[in-house]
Design a protein around this ligand. Structure first.
Ligand code: ZN
Length: 468
């Protein structure tokens, strides 16, 4: 894939992730894992716009000769891809006064609270226009929008700490939030673990450290040159971590972020990834059971059973145990619609389902291989992929790959399939509901993290990790 095609795919994925990011706060807890979430590949958008032949207008706003570039805070900065708006213009907004800065640090616009400004694009260039007509000259993008003291920049109906970078795309504008790591986490932790009570604080602290570790890994990867975009390290959706900006912040999560400031999960002096998900359903999975990659020593099977009982720390979760069923024709419809995304299906379609057979289980008891038998053949599906095939008639993926299947027949035809399952999410790393159960039982944050990520310790980011 060429770099520009890759960028387009990432931008398309960012746009595709918007409804999720926009509706996430009502969710009590993260639904889905953060890793290996495939980007939906969309076709190329419109051809790049060529610059129009009109001459540059005279720049009506004098450039500030020696502007102090506003700071955005302390610590490493995370660049979060927020949204791609498909529009001819993009509104520049904030809760108070703000400035628009060019690539050389010059102030293009100094806006007072309530002034209405928007961006226009021309190829790779941007200009700002105030309602009523005043405008800047065309500028090389990106442009940076900084809030003045005590103000927050706004886009897409949300307020953000830090600054916004504006990037023109083929069909609109990409908004990227440049925000200090610790401020970013304040907008992530409450959305990822839900609003919790003070007795569950150790779980919120564990979530803060896991989310910080994930972010630092992305920053390290970007500094090593393996970033998905030149403009951002993470996106604001479940493709990375759900991020809701300043209005998503909550006091308990703020306290957990502050209490764990700078701390990440490590093996020796190496920062390691800390994947998490809603509910393991009894036992977590080793990475290689679920993903094609794997083998990280701290991502292995862990029992969530409460010692000396038949209960599990995450059995308080809404989806600890669940059932999903289909009629024969409903099953045919979802298989017809989704099987081709994970298996080679001929042009005539997969046919009518005659059976679902769990052929192989992984060591933690999850489905390793599922066989979908139809009147046209037999299709082999990996367990985690089965989640995106066996969707509800409404399109919701299967909660987990930790399930068993029963089928009912009438006259040899499959008339009903029932799946009984446990847990919600991929199952690798920290079980968020298990962490909540353990916090209620009095375990501290280090005990919780040591349990779900065996062999790790909690410590600061090693010096030099985040410098180029
Ligand atoms: Zn669990």
């Amino acid at each position: 894939m060429t770099p520009s095609a890759r960028r387009r795919v990432v931008l398309a994925a960012l746009a595709a992730s918007l409804p999720v990011a926009g509706s996430c706060f009502s969710r009590p807890i993260r639904d889905e894992g953060q890793h290996g979430t495939p980007f939906p590949v969309q076709g190329p958008t419109a051809a790049p716009r060529l610059p129009e032949p009109e001459p540059d207008p005279v720049e009506p706003i004098p450039r500030d000769p020696a502007p102090p570039t506003p700071g955005i805070g302390i610590g490493p900065v995370v660049r979060v891809g927020l949204r791609v708006s498909r529009a001819d213009t993009a509104a520049l907004a904030a809760t108070g006064a703000w400035r628009l800065i060019d690539q050389r640090g010059g102030v293009l616009v100094r806006a007072r609270a309530g002034e209405r400004w928007f961006l226009e694009r021309r190829g790779g260039q941007l200009r700002a226009v105030r309602e009523g007509g005043i405008r800047t000259g065309w500028q090389v993008a990106p442009l940076m929008q900084y809030p003045e003291e005590g103000s927050f920049v706004r886009t897409g109906g949300r307020s953000y700490r830090g600054a916004l970078a504006w990037v023109p795309t083929d069909t609109g504008y990409l908004a990227v939030n440049h925000v200090p790591l610790e401020d970013y986490l304040r907008g992530v932790v409450p959305l990822e673990i839900g609003e919790r009570s003070p007795g569950e604080r150790a779980a919120v602290e564990a979530q803060a450290i896991a989310a910080r570790s994930y972010t630092v890994m992305r920053l390290i990867a970007a500094r090593g040159g393996s970033s998905r975009s030149p403009h951002f390290e993470v996106v604001a959706s479940v493709a990375d971590q759900v991020y809701g900006g300043q209005e998503a912040e909550r006091p308990l999560a703020d306290a957990a972020v502050t209490a764990t400031a700078g701390l990440v999960l490590r093996i020796g002096t190496r920062v390691v990834n800390a994947p998490f998900y809603s509910t393991c359903g009894g036992q977590t999975a080793a990475a290689e059971e679920v993903w094609r990659t794997g083998g990280e020593p701290h991502l292995r099977r862990v029992s969530d059973r409460i010692p000396g009982t038949d209960r599990h720390y995450c059995d308080i979760a809404p989806r600890f145990a669940w059932t999903r069923s289909w009629t024969g024709s409903e099953l045919d419809a979802v298989v017809r619609r989704y099987l081709a995304s994970v298996a080679a299906v001929g042009s005539g379609g997969p046919g009518r389902v005659t059976d679902l057979v769990v052929e192989e289980r992984t060591p933690s008891g999850r489905v390793g291989t599922l066989i979908v038998r139809t009147d046209r053949g037999s299709y082999t599906v990996r367990g985690n992929d089965a989640r995106s095939v066996l969707r509800s008639p409404g399109g919701e993926p299967l909660n987990s790959s930790y399930f068993s299947v029963t089928t009912e027949r009438d006259d040899g035809r499959l008339v009903r399939a029932v799946i009984r399952g446990n847990g919600y999410g991929h199952g690798v790393g920290m079980c968020q509901w298990g962490a909540i159960g353990r916090a209620r039982a009095g375990q501290d944050v280090r005990t919780i993290l040591r349990t779900y990520y065996p062999g790790t310790t909690v410590g600061p980011v090693p010096p030099g990790s985040l410098t180029p």
